[in-house]
Design a protein around this ligand. Structure first.
Ligand code: NI
Length: 389
């Protein structure tokens, strides 16, 4: 990767850093990205890029190229987090309690940069490039609203990125198969009969019952699913009781399950229900599982994951095969319907994602923008060749 930039590249690098800082200063939470969307509309319109009429309240889609050839999509997310920024950067968030602590400002600058570069080559593109600025990634469901809008119906391949604070600038990581986990949330309510702590025989003790549930729920991972497929089950909240000498009538538990395998993911609530209902019945209590499905695992298509790596090494990146991560990413919903791959772009080393001191290396923006422009154009050529042969 070249370290000294020519004048044209320096101008674009500066422009994209300015875009990133502008977005960083005014972060907006999921589904509230109205100002961000307005800015993007202006920047795209200034460059003469066609904005599509897609029914999205926040976020937007643009398109570069023409004709009936293949369609490749590049996607970034635009939302921020409810975190109080502690970076002390000159362009730190001016909105109390909100921060671009996951680098979605970086992603947006990269994909806008790719769009600007592709616009310059519009007449040479053998198809169309759909540029997607997605809202509400942090909810885990923004991608579903984009799919419901119908704006990706004719897309042949889709690519997305996340910055990686663990990978240094100039490095690139992805893998074939699952890259991020399926992320589900659960709540359990245990209902018994309250009693004086001195006479537990007069009640049904929800504390003891819930404790047994917590312990036995671990056997979902250790005894009810294959050791060859990763599963995490964490109980993260226990609420019950209010004083020292009363046994409470109810206890609430909350937690999360992480999986890669979709069949295992579907079975887990069934296995959990059997455990909690069985233990509740044995104790004379009642229990109910509330299941809140989040995004599924992000499963990269092998052919396209390989393609992203090949183009990355052509672009001068140091390419890594990275291990899967137990975090979630709603890009997974696209990959359930559209071939493609999700990649990590090194912009570190730095504090972890969602940390109040999180930052990115801005020197990584222009190379990533150039990479996504190259990737999208090369993908169109590959799709065109496949269609012709
Ligand atoms: Ni993120």
């Amino acid at each position: 990767m070249s370290s000294s930039l020519n004048e044209r590249d320096q101008t674009l690098a500066d422009r994209l850093i300015e875009v990133r800082r502008n977005l960083h200063r005014e972060p907006e939470l999921s589904y509230e990205e109205f100002r961000t969307t307005k800015k993007l509309r202006e920047w795209l319109a200034q460059a003469g890029i066609r904005i599509l009429d897609i029914p999205l309240a926040t976020g937007l889609m643009a398109e570069i190229g023409q004709g009936s050839g293949p369609v490749a999509a590049i996607r970034c997310d635009i939302d921020a987090l409810p975190i109080e920024e502690q970076t002390e950067l000159p362009f730190a968030s001016v909105i109390p309690g909100k921060m671009h602590a996951c680098g979605h400002d970086f992603h947006t600058a990269v994909i806008l940069g790719a769009a600007l570069l592709l616009k310059e080559r519009e007449h040479e593109l053998p198809g169309r490039i759909r540029v997607l600025f997605q809202p509400a990634e942090e909810t885990g469901h923004g991608a579903e609203s984009v799919l419901a809008s119908g704006g990706l119906k004719d897309v042949d391949v889709i690519f997305g990125l996340h910055n990686s604070p663990e990978l240094p600038t100039g490095s690139f990581g992805t893998r074939t198969g699952a890259l991020t986990a399926g992320v589900d949330r659960f709540e359990i309510t245990v209902k018994g009969v309250g009693a004086h702590a001195a006479t537990p025989e007069n009640g049904v003790d929800t504390i003891v019952t819930a404790a047994q549930m917590i312990t036995m729920l671990q056997t979902v991972v250790s005894r009810q699913n294959t050791t060859l497929e990763p599963v995490v089950l964490s109980v993260t909240r226990i609420n019950g009781g209010f004083t020292w000498n009363v046994l409470p009538e109810t206890v609430e538990l909350e937690g999360t399950v992480r999986t890669y395998n979709e069949e295992i993911r579907r079975n887990i609530p069934v296995q959990m229900t059997r455990i909690i209902e069985g233990i509740a019945a044995a104790a004379g209590a009642e229990a109910k599982l509330h299941w809140y499905p989040g995004p599924p695992a992000t499963v990269n298509h092998g052919e396209w994951a390989d393609f992203t790596k090949k183009v990355a090494s052509q672009a001068g990146y140091e390419v890594h095969d990275i291990p899967p991560q137990m975090g979630g990413e709603d890009f997974s919903f696209y990959l359930q319907q559209i071939p493609g791959a999700f990649v990590n772009i090194g912009a570190g080393p730095n504090h972890p994602l969602h940390h109040p001191r999180f930052d990115v290396d801005e020197a990584a923006i222009l190379p990533a923008a150039e990479y996504f422009a190259l990737l999208a154009e090369k993908a169109l050529r590959k799709l065109q060749e496949t269609a012709e042969s």
